[in-house]
Design a binder for this molecule. Structure first.
Ligand code: FES
Length: 114
């Protein structure tokens, strides 16, 4: 192992409680994806980090979409780098928490039974 680290600045919080970016460091390993890094943070540092994914690396579910340094990417097919990366939720979707936004099409949403 090289000893290099990936430094991920990850947006945290909810619409009611914006917590800004929190910085995590994970060991950098060649060939890892951004999603690998985020899952490692959740497994080893902060299980409360909210991320969404399903297929992990097949680019099939389309659930891992985030903003990376301002660009829209699939976290599972974007390579981790040995450096700093800033990760934000999609800005054009309602924020649920951290990196998770409401990406369900309008017709699929469960209606309130008020
Ligand atoms: S986790 Fe399914 S497309 Fe990225």
């Amino acid at each position: 192992m090289s000893g290099a680290v990936a430094r991920l600045r990850v947006k945290r919080g909810t619409p009611e409680n914006d917590q800004g970016h929190q910085t995590f460091e994970v060991p950098f390993e060649e060939g890892q994806s951004l999603l690998d890094g985020l899952r490692r943070i959740r497994a080893e540092q902060d299980p409360s980090l909210a991320i969404r994914f399903a297929c992990i690396n097949a680019n099939a579910c389309k659930e891992c979409i985030v903003k990376l340094d301002g660009k829209t990417v699939y976290a599972c097919t974007t390579r981790l780098i040995a450096g700093e990366m800033t990760v934000d939720p999609l800005p054009n979707k309602p924020l649920i928490r951290d990196l998770v936004t409401d990406i369900a099409p309008r017709g699929d949403r469960i209606q309130d039974q008020a």
